[in-house]
Design a protein around this ligand. Structure first.
Ligand code: ADP
Length: 222
């Protein structure tokens, strides 16, 4: 555990340092630049790298908060209501890419646990489905009940994940392909995995390159 912690600190420092180095470098160079076009290009880079830094810090804080929660809240909440809330929140991203979401539901959907954590988990999965899909695609969400588990499936028609990467995508800071993941921190699925563990659940991924991915979340009923 101690080794993991040390490794995490080293990784965090490295991840934070990369955008910071770039911000520092470009802002220093900016002083001597008179050409407006170049200046704007540098300012854009600084802006983008600041966003990246801010996303990273945000995700690291979420992850650390989750990891330090030993006992989860135990509230009753409606799974469907939270999925709908997330769909409302991501609406601007959906509209920007003209992506449609369908929601199919079967059975009662009452879960017990921390609704904010559940929200965060669904938000990360749906955001990924949007982020890693081309424009004009469809995302299908299915919610249904089994004897022991309450299930949520999120299926996209996106880029898919190479077979060899699938076992690693839940690791912290793991990014499949830098070029496809401009805004990613590699922490989204690490957060998802942790939250599902708190719910005593499981997650399963089926994915094919160029066809799409399906993430299946199984939450153990209480
Ligand atoms: P990020 O915050 O960078 O999106 P995640 O931990 O959420 O990081 O995901 C890890 C990697 O898994 C991403 O770099 C991305 O390439 C891949 N990935 C996650 N979800 C999907 C998806 N729905 N479709 C295709 N690739 C995905």
């Amino acid at each position: 555990l101690d080794n993991m912690r040390k490794e995490f600190v080293a990784n965090v420092s490295h991840e934070l340092k990369t955008p910071l180095t770039s911000i520092k470098g470009f802002s220093e160079t900016l002083r001597g630049v008179e050409d407006e076009e170049t200046r704007n290009k540098f300012l854009d880079i600084i802006d983008k790298e600041s966003d990246r830094l801010s996303n990273l810090i945000n995700d690291i804080l979420i992850l650390s908060k989750i990891e330090n929660t030993h006992k989860m809240k135990s509230e009753k909440f409606s799974k469907i209501d939270i999925i709908k809330e997330v769909i409302d929140v991501v609406n601007p991203q959906l509209e920007e890419k003209n992506i449609n979401i369908t929601l199919e539901k079967q059975g009662s959907s009452i879960l017990i646990g921390d609704p904010d954590k559940f929200y965060q988990m669904i938000l990360n999965l749906i955001s990924n489905a949007i982020k890693y899909s081309d424009d004009n695609k469809i995302i299908k969400i299915r919610s249904y009940e089994e004897k022991l588990y309450s299930i949520i499936e999120i299926e996209d028609e996106g880029f898919g994940i190479p077979k060899e990467d699938i076992p690693r995508i839940f690791e912290r800071f793991y990014i499949v392909d830098k070029s496809r993941s401009k805004k990613g921190t590699g922490l989204g699925l690490a957060i998802v995995k942790h939250i599902i563990k708190m719910f005593d659940g499981e997650i399963d991924v089926k994915s094919e390159l160029g066809v799409g991915s399906t993430f299946t979340v199984k939450i153990r009923k209480r």
